[in-house]
Write a protein that binds this ligand. Structure first.
Ligand SMILES: C[S@@+](CC[C@H](N)C(=O)[O-])C[C@H]1O[C@@H](n2cnc3c(N)ncnc32)[C@H](O)[C@@H]1O
Length: 268
């Protein structure tokens, strides 16, 4: 992990399970939400009861979809203990039998070839992607499938942490990079498509909710209570700052400088 990505992991492990993040971003923490996940899982054509790992599962929305709608046997892991605790509660309420473990994609507690499919959405951009891909390959059976989606950006995006990390922008892939590295990571690319529209709808939702939350926080002086929420987010009480940040992201989207890529790759 580079110093930058380890700083990202440190900043965000507590954030993903924070109720405020869930309020703002929802339970599916990637652009395109469950529609993107449903397409990835559909493309994989897995048999019921095939074993799937959701690596970096966050609040487990995709893991629940895989278990309930696709009838897969699902394991899920994440470095964030707070996210996992919330994910376990949500899975239990939904009646989804998922085996959750606190673990990094850089060191997965599963044997070689344990899974027919590995799903990882908006995760490798937040950590060491080469080591992460190698570890995902190790736990995928030969002939199994990797279902990956992540953010791409042509350059560093100048928005403050921890928001940049929550949006997977800090360590975003260069356009084309993901498709390029799959071969050397032991996969054959089968299908890849653009899901950038999902970024726009996520940004719409975040902007509306952050604006509302910022107004409430500003009026009530509640920011002090968000202690572990990180320094960057206290700026959401500053409307001009928030507007400027979203304007910058939208402009980058319009100019094609930010994107979202989904890929299905076969483990060789
Ligand atoms: C943007 S969220 C995506 C969560 C989930 N995949 C989803 O789409 O709803 C990124 C997730 O990756 C997790 N994460 C970051 N680095 C990780 C690592 N090295 N190993 C496992 N999980 C990691 C974070 O804790 C967070 O839950």
């Amino acid at each position: 992990m580079t110093p930058a990505t380890s700083a990202i992991a440190a900043c965000c492990a507590g954030l993903y399970g924070h109720p405020i993040v869930e309020l703002i971003a929802g339970q599916s923490l990637h652009p395109g939400g469950l529609a993107t996940t449903r397409r990835l899982l559909g493309e994989a054509r897995l048999a019921p009861w095939a074993r799937l790992l959701d690596a970096g599962c966050g609040l487990g929305a995709s893991a629940r979809l895989a278990a309930i709608e696709f009838e897969l046997r699902v394991d899920a892991c994440d470095v964030s203990a707070s996210a996992l605790s919330r994910a376990a509660t949500l899975a239990e309420s939904a009646g989804a039998g998922i085996d959750f473990r606190t673990a990094s994609v850089l060191e997965l507690p599963y044997p070689r070839g344990a899974f027919a499919a590995v799903l990882s959405e908006c995760v490798l951009s937040t950590t060491s992607r080469t080591d992460g891909l190698a570890e995902l390959r190790r736990v995928t059976e030969d002939g199994g499938v990797l279902l990956l989606s992540d953010v791409t950006a042509t350059e560093t995006v100048a928005i403050p942490e921890p928001l940049a990390s929550v949006l997977c922008l800090t360590g975003a892939w260069r356009p084309g990079e993901l498709d390029e590295v799959l071969g050397s990571a032991g996969y054959r690319m089968e299908r890849g498509w653009d899901e950038t529209d999902g970024v726009s709808s996520l940004i719409d939702r975040l902007e509306a909710r952050i604006g509302l939350l910022g107004a409430v926080a500003r009026d009530t002086g509640e920011f002090e209570r968000l202690g572990d929420f990180g320094a960057g987010l206290d700026q959401i009480g500053d409307r001009a700052h928030v507007d400027g940040m979203f304007r910058a992201i939208r402009q980058m989207l319009r100019e094609g400088r930010i994107g979202y890529r989904a890929v299905v790759a076969r483990a060789l």
